[in-house]
Design a protein around this ligand. Structure first.
Ligand SMILES: [Zn+2]
Length: 395
């Protein structure tokens, strides 16, 4: 990288940190015991008058509300196997309640390896950032998002045309730009859902929460808001013999506004990882918004990675559980690395680019032995579909 390019990169970083540092930290409004929450599952309704089921219903068990809280009692009834209800019947979601292998969904055929398949990983449609970035006001400048909607629509059309059909699309956070309780948030959510409504109903959408979706310092209220709008902030599911864990990385980044949620998240993760290590999963994959690291596991802390202590601990736990890859976004550039057989995949954005990458998504091919992934520009994906060499792996 040239000196000038490096300087530009650094100034971008500093600029983003300065301008997007986001919401004031602490959940001043929440009272003890107010955390958690809603009961049951969250559903994504894409349009009020839509007749067919929403793109994705994430049905998953909530952790038990902490003792003494006013948490919803109606969720009793115990863990249940969970299903997508948008036509992708085969994918079974497993809620955070039951550990793997407890007999809940063991017989489901999605636990069995049935040959190679592909899925799409994408990140940061972040409706509103392109204008905000252009005018240099990330906190208040995102009052237009026509371009992001167009890009999202382009991505949806391109993905719908792919053959073989991707088994799912994971949108790794920062769905919209407006932080919780900021202007334009509802409008951005509505417009993103409208764009996503055109997704082939046989391709489930998996929503991952980002810092703009939850706030940089999430609170019980903002997490609950996300759950109501997009579904659970963490859950796992099986697809074709592969176990996928969707995490809320904001709880790793700054849990000072919702320590109990972070505790529940971590306890759930621990159970999932322990079970995964002994499961029959062909591969274990993780999806989260913030990368563990951008290039090397020992790099310094910064806005775009997780702090070193968290990072080291998660790397160790993921290794032990046999996780093959962690897919993330947040950086608005392609990056990543590989460490002891664990790929850290950082994908650029569907929306605003902060580097030289084109708007795009990542095609991920899962074979019996490998996870092969490659970023495709939206233009390329629209015009030529998946690269031929990747397609051959799926034949
Ligand atoms: Zn982000």
């Amino acid at each position: 990288m040239s000196h000038a390019a490096a300087a530009k990169l650094l100034s971008d970083h500093a600029g983003l940190q300065r301008r997007c540092a986001g919401l004031p930290g602490v959940n001043k409004g929440s009272k003890p015991g107010e955390h958690i929450i809603s009961v049951r599952c969250s559903s994504v309704s894409v349009a009020p008058n839509q007749t067919r089921p929403a793109l994705l219903l994430l049905l998953s068990e909530r952790p038990r509300p902490p003792e003494g809280s006013q948490g919803d009692q109606k969720q009793a009834g115990g863990p249940k196997p969970l299903r997508l209800s948008n036509g992708a019947r085969e994918i079974v979601l497993q809620g955070r309640g039951p550990p793997l292998g407890d007999g809940q969904v063991v017989t489901d055929e999605e636990r069995e390896w049935r040959g190679p398949f592909c899925f799409i990983q994408a990140a940061d449609p972040q409706l509103g950032l392109m204008k905000a970035w252009r005018v240099g006001d990330c906190d208040g400048g995102g009052d237009e998002w026509t371009e992001e909607v167009r890009l999202m629509q382009q991505a949806v059309r391109a993905v719908n045309e792919l053959r073989p059909r991707p088994r799912f699309v994971a949108l790794c956070g920062d769905l919209i730009h407006a932080m919780p309780d900021s202007p334009f948030r509802e409008e951005q959510e509505k417009d993103l859902k409208e764009a996503l409504r055109l997704t082939d109903p046989d391709i489930p959408l998996v929503f991952v929460s980002g810092n703009h979706d939850l706030g940089n310092t999430p609170t019980p209220a903002t997490v609950e808001q996300f759950r109501r709008t997009w579904g659970d902030d963490y859950f796992s599911f099986w697809v074709g013999g592969v176990l996928c864990l969707v995490l809320n990385s904001q709880l790793f980044f700054d849990a000072s506004g919702c320590p109990q949620l972070a505790e529940a998240h971590d306890a759930w993760l621990e159970r999932q990882l322990q079970s995964a290590a002994h499961s029959t999963a062909r591969h274990v994959l993780v999806f989260q918004h913030i990368p563990l690291y951008l290039r090397t596991p020992d790099e310094d802390d910064e806005y775009f990675n997780l702090q070193r202590v968290q990072r080291a601990s998660l790397l160790r736990r993921f290794h032990q559980a046999g996780v093959k890859a962690v897919f993330s976004g947040h950086y608005h550039r392609n990056a990543g690395g590989s460490h002891g057989g664990l790929d850290m995949v950082v994908s650029s954005a569907i929306g605003c680019q902060l580097g030289d990458d084109p708007h795009g998504v990542r095609v991920v091919v899962v074979t019996a032995d490998e996870i092969i992934h490659r970023y495709h520009s939206l233009e390329q994906l629209s015009e030529r579909g998946i690269d031929e060499d990747l397609k051959k792996l799926l034949a």
